[in-house]
Design a protein around this ligand. Structure first.
Ligand SMILES: NC(=O)c1ccc[n+]([C@@H]2O[C@H](COP(=O)([O-])OP(=O)(O)OC[C@H]3O[C@@H](n4cnc5c(N)ncnc54)[C@H](O)[C@@H]3O)[C@@H](O)[C@H]2O)c1
Length: 252
């Protein structure tokens, strides 16, 4: 198990390793004051890990209310965002309660933006289940939805209070989704981690997950700690993204 501290205004821990989700109740002590967890997940991930994570959250003695949306980028939109806000209100969440994002980058971005907006901001915990979310989107506090005119155009900087990355959750990823995440890993290697780049070049997709994810998170944590709101060095993390977003847009 590896723990990395992200030194933002309110520092938080990212815990990475096989089976770490079993320690969820102790890893989310930040939420001791909460009465309810709103578990936000997509309809694929909830079927795979929803029961397990719900049981672990319930071990803390708190109420768990699930919000499930259709998987995929198409759900990162304004109506799903408002749907979550309304769900939080109907479930009587208060400012002491927490949103828990269980899923990939779409879930984290959508749930994080909703957590930042509901009652002007309630607690937020990330449990990434894709490689992309593990190495990139779950850390650093960028949240967003897409607008009809473009990707990630509405959102906020809103840090989670804890990130729990169980590398065993990646076992069920379709190969193409795993490959999406590998592109982000290669990005970190190119940005200045020759040892990491050499490791993934040699091992291919059979790389040491805890080592690779921890290295990427450490690099992201250093950059985010230096430039939380992307006025300078944080733009490095967008390497390749402008071109890739253009390809996404024209290819649908
Ligand atoms: N906030 C940030 O800093 C940041 C950084 C990079 C990317 N992003 C955003 O992340 C999003 C992409 O994230 P993504 O690639 O994780 O997409 P995603 O969340 O849509 O997940 C991809 C697919 O994998 C499925 N899935 C997730 N976990 C699974 C598991 N363990 N087993 C089987 N299936 C699983 C999902 O249901 C989905 O169909 C984009 O919207 C992008 O803008 C945000």
């Amino acid at each position: 198990m590896t723990e990395i501290i992200v030194r933002t205004d309110v520092p938080y821990a990212v815990t990475v390793g096989g089976g770490v989700s079993r320690r969820l109740p102790e890893l989310i002590r930040c939420a001791d004051g909460a009465g309810t967890f709103a578990l936000v997940s997509d309809n694929t991930v909830i079927g795979l890990y929803g029961d397990r994570v719900t049981a672990l959250l319930e071990k803390t003695g708190k109420r768990v209310v699930p919000y499930v949306f259709p998987h995929g980028e198409g759900s990162k939109n304004g109506s799903e965002f408002l749907g979550i806000l309304d769900f939080l209100a109907r479930s009587s969440l208060t400012r002491d309660d927490y949103v828990v994002a269980l899923g990939g980058g779409v879930t984290g971005d959508l749930a994080g933006f909703a957590a930042s907006a509901y009652m002007r901001g309630i607690g937020f915990i990330q449990i990434p289940t894709t490689l992309l979310a593990a190495v990139d989107s779950s850390v650093g506090g960028k949240t967003a939805i897409d607008l009809p005119s473009g990707k990630n155009l509405a959102g906020s900087f809103y840090q989670p209070s804890a990130v729990i990355c169980d590398t065993d959750f990646l076992d069920t990823l379709p190969p193409e989704v795993f490959s999406d995440g590998c592109a982000e890993v290669i990005k970190y290697g190119v940005l200045g981690n020759e040892k990491l780049l050499r490791h993934v070049t040699e091992k291919g997709t059979g790389f040491d997950r805890e080592y690779v994810i921890s290295e990427c998170v450490r690099m992201k944590a250093d950059i985010v700690s230096a430039d939380e709101r992307e006025h300078g060095v944080r733009t490095l993390l967008n390497l390749g993204h402008t071109l890739a977003h253009a390809i996404e847009k024209v290819s649908g």
